[in-house]
Write a new protein. Structure first.
Length: 300
């Protein structure tokens, strides 16, 4: 048993098979992440570029800079760029950004948010695809970017997906993932009303990522923070959001559940906006590829 703690293959397989890992949760939920933000892209964009959203992006950018990353003049691959919450501040710091985003409503907002950078010189190049569908070698992306940035993106589901992201970086790779159970005020309100509901189990992906980075000899810095945000959704969008989250709580998102949730939301909030508080603990890790290459040469 103790030997398994240091066995890379055991941990890689455990991540693939863990029912609470992000990839397996997505499969159970049947969520198409290229379309899941279609109905709330505008509200998401407003939150990302609100004062609190900008402060959060600045905190993360400052943390990365504090680890020795200078954005001025470097190339950045932003995987799951959404509407540009990080692509914009990176470009403002002088980076040349390749932003990958498959959700077309978010792509349109990303184009509008980054238009200023492309009037005089191209700073942000947009690739409207899912990273998983891109032929990295054919694109010439192998070790092509100084920094690969992946923030809370469903691209990372197991160690194979981590290696695919690392393959694009030549200096640094930043990955953030949930580091515990998520909190959602409206879900917390409606779950007691539903039959067969169970409390969600804490997300496990960050634990696997950090342990495998350790076992494989990578140099990295990591931090875990607790972050909360407040958003406002229409009653119908709030109902859709809760329905999409039900599989994570072992509740079947059928018509009976929809009626219970819809009745509660309309009874409690009327036809106005629903204020939702959501967040949790999130892990952030900056991986240093140059140190990994040096370590590999020493081992040989």
């Amino acid at each position: 048993m103790t030997q398994d703690l240091f066995n890379e293959q055991v941990w890689e397989q455990a991540w693939k098979e863990d029912p609470q890992a992000m990839g397996n949760k997505m499969k159970r939920a049947g969520v198409d992440f290229t379309r899941s933000f279609d109905h709330k892209a505008k509200a998401f964009n407003e939150e990302v570029f609100s004062e609190s959203g900008r402060r959060r992006a600045e905190r993360i950018a400052h943390w990365i800079e504090g680890q020795g990353v200078n954005f001025d003049g470097i190339s950045v691959l932003d995987v799951g760029a959404a509407s540009g919450g990080f692509s914009v501040p990176f470009a403002q710091r002088g980076a040349s950004v390749t932003a990958i985003e498959p959700c077309m409503p978010l792509v349109e907002l990303l184009e509008a948010n980054t238009a200023e950078f492309n009037r005089n010189q191209v700073r942000v190049s947009i690739v409207p695809q899912a990273f998983e569908d891109i032929d990295v070698a054919n694109r010439g992306w192998e070790q092509a970017f100084d920094l690969v940035f992946v923030s809370m993106c469903p691209t990372i589901i197991d160690w194979d997906s981590v290696e695919r992201v690392l393959n694009c970086a030549n200096r640094f790779c930043y990955i953030s993932l949930p580091a515990g159970g998520t909190q959602h005020s409206l879900v917390n309100e409606v779950l007691p009303l539903l039959p067969g509901q169970k409390r969600g189990v804490d997300a496990s992906d960050m634990a696997y990522l950090l342990h495998l980075l350790y076992l494989k000899g990578y140099a990295y810095e990591s931090i875990v923070t607790r972050e909360m945000k407040t958003t406002e959704l229409s009653t119908e969008d709030a109902i859709k959001e809760v329905m999409a989250m039900l599989p994570n709580y072992h509740s079947v998102p059928g018509e009976a559940s929809r009626k219970i949730i819809s009745d509660y939301v309309h009874r409690t909030y009327g036809d106005g906006l629903v204020t939702i508080s959501q967040g949790g603990r999130f892990g952030k890790v900056l991986i240093r590829l140059k140190e990994q290459n040096m370590y590999s040469r020493v081992k040989v």
